[in-house]
Design a protein around this ligand. Structure first.
Ligand code: RB5
Length: 171
């Protein structure tokens, strides 16, 4: 199995722990960054992970930022992505089983590594229990989205990145 993982600079160490945890399980990980603590922005990494999942370059994705809120909102804007943000394994199971969630999200500043490992285990172990009704519901959800992952826009964040490099960006 191949999984894409992405995070922002707030939780890079936690993301590295997640990568190690997945690799120990024999999973091939595509680490979409970020790779250090330098200030960046979560939509970049939500986009990278979401596109890989939507284009079926990987089976599943995992995203994290401080709270999990920013990056999961970003990744959920990509057509074909159904990301679950939670700290609760029963919600992860539901999201996989009923909505065929294909990205797991959590807050690296909110959940400890023990909880994160449990969330990942539930995400990997639970299968979509397909029914016609569920397929139709998922199709309806997916139709709400406008952004086509195949449309590229690799340079979408260039203006922001240039601004940060010039030191003009302040939280
Ligand atoms: C930092 O940009 C912080 O806002 C982010 O990691 C996250 O907590 C947002 O939901």
């Amino acid at each position: 199995m191949k999984i894409a993982v992405g995070c922002d600079h707030i939780v890079t160490e936690i993301k590295n722990e997640v990568v190690k945890y997945l690799e120990k399980k024999g999973i091939e990980v595509i680490d979409c960054g970020t790779y250090d603590k330098e200030r960046t922005h979560y939509p970049i990494y939500g986009k990278r992970v979401g596109e890989k999942v939507a284009l079926k370059e990987v089976e599943l994705g995992i995203v994290l930022c401080g709270t999990g809120v920013g990056i999961t909102n970003a990744v959920n804007k990509i057509k074909g992505i159904r990301c679950v943000l939670t700290q609760d394994v029963s919600v992860v199971r539901y999201a996989r089983e009923v909505l065929n969630a294909n990205v797991l999200g959590f807050g690296g500043r909110v959940s400890g590594m023990g909880v994160i490992e449990d969330l990942i285990d539930a995400f990997l172990e639970t299968e979509y229990a397909e029914t016609e009704e569920r397929n139709q519901m998922i199709e309806k959800i997916d139709h709400l989205i406008q952004h086509d992952p195949a449309c590229g826009k690799e340079n979408l964040f260039d203006d922001l990145l240039e601004k940060w490099e010039r030191g003009e960006y302040h939280d």
